[in-house]
Design a protein around this ligand. Structure first.
Ligand SMILES: C[S@@+](CC[C@H](N)C(=O)[O-])C[C@H]1O[C@@H](n2cnc3c(N)ncnc32)[C@H](O)[C@@H]1O
Length: 162
């Protein structure tokens, strides 16, 4: 598969999983948490999917398209290893959907990042809340959910907080 094909499939998988996550939390109150603003593509999609929900975004350095920058009071600016623990007091157990897309092309670094952040992400998710992530985050606190049709195993991951 060419790198172009792989890139397109990754984005298709990402969109399909976010759309599925929106269905899954349809009956669940709570905020949405975007981990990694990047250029704001998925944040913008989340804003379309969840116009009525509070959407918080973690990012260490904002470099997004100007139309895709969250309001200052929804932006957790800084390293997630600092901002996620600090958010626990007011956001703990209140997140209905977390989307984790903070990786790069470095698979080993992505694994370290996901492994390190996992224990900081879980306390924010409410029971029944959904985690959509490019990195696997399996473990006893998370039930693995089936992927949407057309999304290859391992390309994206959907979990429900037990
Ligand atoms: C792949 S990009 C996100 C792409 C975004 N979802 C989009 O659709 O445009 C990953 C982002 O995560 C951010 N990031 C990575 N590690 C981080 C950390 N430890 N703390 C805060 N932000 C981090 C990077 O600065 C980068 O902007």
């Amino acid at each position: 598969m060419s790198r172009l094909d792989s890139f397109i499939r990754r984005l298709e998988a990402q969109r399909a999983c976010l759309d599925r996550a929106a269905e899954l939390i349809g009956g669940t109150d709570g905020a949405v948490l975007e981990l990694g603003l990047g250029n704001g593509r998925t944040y913008d999609h989340l804003c379309e999917l969840f116009p009525q929900r509070d959407i918080y975004v973690c990012e260490r350095q904002v470099a997004a398209h100007p139309d895709c920058i969250p309001p200052a009071d929804r932006l957790l600016l800084g390293d997630m290893f600092d901002t996620l623990p600090a958010a626990r007091d007011w956001l703990g157990g209140k997140v209905a959907l977390t989307h984790f897309d903070a990786g790069t092309g470095d698979a080993a670094a992505n694994l370290r990042l996901a492994t390190g952040l996992r224990p900081l992400i879980l306390p924010l998710l409410r029971p029944g809340g959904i985690l959509a992530t490019q990195q696997a985050m399996d473990g006893p606190e998370l039930e693995t959910l089936p992927l949407p049709d057309g999304v290859a195993e391992g390309r994206y991951h959907l979990y429900r907080r037990v």
